[in-house]
Design a protein around this ligand. Sequence first.
Ligand code: HEM
Length: 191
Amino acid sequence: MRGHDWFRYSVLAALILTYTTILLGGNVAASNSGLACPNWPTCFANGSLFPTLTGGVVIEWSHRLSAFVLGMSVAIFTALALVYERNRPALLKISVVSAVLVLAQAFLGGLVVDSNLAVLVVIAHLGMATILFGLILTLAILANLSHVPPRWRAWIRRAAEPDSPRLPRPPAEPVARPKPERGSADLPRGS
Ligand code: HEM
């Protein structure tokens, strides 16, 4: 696999992880588990990164774990962008901005805990999550655009350009048919 492929696949993985982390964050808020881990970055003041997983701790800790894996995936695609995407500066810039945002988001997550779930901090944490998702979604689309099948490309053009003529669908790939054997019942009549 080429470096560009590693990059676009790692961005897709990060997109799925961002979505997962957002869902797990919603679960933390909806179940009032925000202070089940009262410390940050460790869960309890005893300094262990791996607390006993019971009750709300499972919910809060799984959100933190998912955020950590997300952070790693963003670090990986940013490193790949720095190596392989220097000739696509827009992708490189969005990658670097995503890396900065994910760091800021983790910091804000810590602040959510330290502030005892202060409303403004929680709103900022939610707002930043949506911006991060939008950014990584844009990156995933741009990085994979040249690999979109022609059928989808024609659909995108029709959807985006209001006055575009309805272009005929691109022909389907020819399917190789097996040759019928001599004397087989499948032979066309007269052969
Ligand atoms: C880095 C990626 C992260 C993303 C995308 C993310 C996203 C979210 C989202 C969408 C929510 C739900 C907010 C709501 O419904 O009001 C949430 C809640 C929360 N997040 Fe994160 N988060 C991240 C990292 C962290 C980290 C590292 C911590 C560390 C402590 C953290 C702590 C929390 C807490 C405590 C809540 C619950 C807030 C409440 O109870 O109202 N988050 N997060």
